[in-house]
Design a protein around this ligand. Structure first.
Ligand SMILES: Cc1cc2nc3c(=O)[nH]c(=O)nc-3n(C[C@H](O)[C@H](O)[C@H](O)COP(=O)(O)OP(=O)(O)OC[C@H]3O[C@@H](n4cnc5c(N)ncnc54)[C@H](O)[C@@H]3O)c2cc1C
Length: 383
């Protein structure tokens, strides 16, 4: 119990996307008391290409015990493909294939399935409740309906526009560099030229790219990046689709959202609050892959909480070196920061002006080293 009679959870997780689900699942499975609070009611819509790399599917297997057949049973699996194309400046420069497949999921059903596992593991899941404030000193979160929840630790997994991040580290909120992305799902029948393989399209934006992901029923098409002056991603997406033979009248109104794109929080914690996933800016700066980093960082935040709880229970004052933040930083440095750092270097190389002097070098690199790039996407980074 907390001082004011509220039950005190070991952790409250704000946000029930892949990050929050993996944090809560890790804690609940290990016997800790945890509540997940999400503003949405699942299955809720989430704009996303839904691409799962090999490292994401490995994480799903190792953490949640979930494989492709499990996703298929949940109606979340939309496609699976080993081969891919890379385009630059409108020309196909790579037709590659890989040993392990890319999977494509529907995010509403995928997220819903993960959250079901969380509830089954023993966590309390509260949907349709928006957190409006969090206190990093007391561990209390306040909800829009006037209720509050108390916990030893708060894991902020509430996405790129994180309310908790804004509440606890006002100044830090500007450190998550955000790209703009727009996306549509075009029914296959409206794409006469067909798109058989997933493809990425470089050179559409100066500091971003486009994608076409063929799924069972639709082609999911998007454009995203850090926008330079005069760039309009929705217009660029239209041009990409028209180039594939889609009639203008068949292009749905694109939806837009932001995603972290290189430039995460360096110290993603404050007092009793640990930030993870998009809330901390943990996404790959090359292709914006975020699901894996959300799940991984959620689980690392949970591990840090599990390390810190006995220290608190022993009655120690929360010394910095024994705080969850310190444990979390150690885990992030070992498992995540290096990979994100490498992606930031690649980002600077790949996203140069399309007509700049380095265009030829980028093409040569992609032709010769696309396997390296794809292996990097698929593989669990070195520990
Ligand atoms: C257009 C687009 C395409 C993408 N494509 C891919 C892709 O193909 N593959 C890939 O790996 N990544 C992709 N990403 C990135 C990926 O979607 C994110 O990195 C990932 O969803 C992050 O997971 P998360 O759990 O941190 O946050 P989210 O998935 O955003 O979940 C946050 C949760 O918090 C809840 N929430 C928010 N605020 C509050 C609040 N105040 N109180 C309570 N709950 C709250 C939300 O309802 C939501 O359920 C894409 C992103 C975009 C925008």
């Amino acid at each position: 119990m907390s001082g004011n009679g509220l039950f005190r959870y070991d952790a409250v997780v704000v946000g029930g996307g892949p990050c929050g689900a993996s944090a809560a699942f890790t804690l609940a499975r290990n016997g800790y008391t945890v509540m997940v609070i999400d503003a949405g009611k699942f299955p809720r819509f989430k704009l996303c290409g839904g691409l799962l790399t090999g490292k994401s599917t490995a994480f799903l297997r190792d953490c949640f015990g979930m494989d492709a057949s499990c996703l298929a049973r949940a109606g979340a699996l939309e496609g699976c493909e080993n081969s891919y194309h890379i385009y630059a400046g409108g020309r196909r420069i790579v037709a590659g294939s890989n040993g392990s497949p890319f999977y494509f999921v529907r995010r509403d059903r995928f997220d819903s399935r993960l959250l079901k596992s969380v509830a089954a593991a023993g966590a309390v899941v509260r949907e349709g409740t928006k957190v409006v404030h969090a206190d990093c000193r007391t561990g209390k979160v306040h909800c829009h309906d006037g209720s509050s929840v108390c916990a030893e630790f708060i894991i902020a997994a509430d996405g790129v526009h994180s309310t908790v991040r804004k509440a606890v580290c006002g100044g830090l909120r500007h450190s998550v560099r955000q790209a703009v992305a727009v996306e549509v799902a075009v029914p296959r029948r409206h794409m006469p030229q067909g798109v058989q393989l997933p493809s990425v399209h470089l050179g559409l934006l100066q500091r971003g790219y486009g994608w076409l992901f063929p799924n069972r029923r639709n082609i999911v098409a998007g454009v995203g990046g850090l926008l330079c002056r005069g760039e309009h991603p929705a217009r660029v997406l239209r041009t990409l689709l028209c180039g594939c033979g889609v009639q203008a009248g068949h292009i749905p109104q694109p939806r837009g959202y932001t995603l972290p794109f290189g430039g995460h929080l360096r110290r993603p914690f404050s007092g009793r609050v640990l930030l993870a996933g998009d809330a901390a800016g943990f996404a790959d700066a090359v292709f914006g892959e975020g699901i894996y980093y959300a799940m991984l960082s959620g689980s690392l935040a949970a591990q840090a909480v599990m390390q810190a709880l006995p220290v608190r229970a022993a009655g120690s004052v929360l010394h910095e070196e024994h705080g969850a933040g310190t444990f979390y930083m150690q885990l992030l440095q070992r498992n995540l920061f290096r990979t994100l750092g490498q992606a930031a270097v690649l980002h600077r190389f790949l996203y140069r002006p399309p007509d700049g002097p380095d265009r030829a070098a980028v093409r040569l690199f992609l032709r010769c080293a696309h396997r390296l790039l794809v292996n990097r996407l698929h593989s669990v980074p070195d520990r």
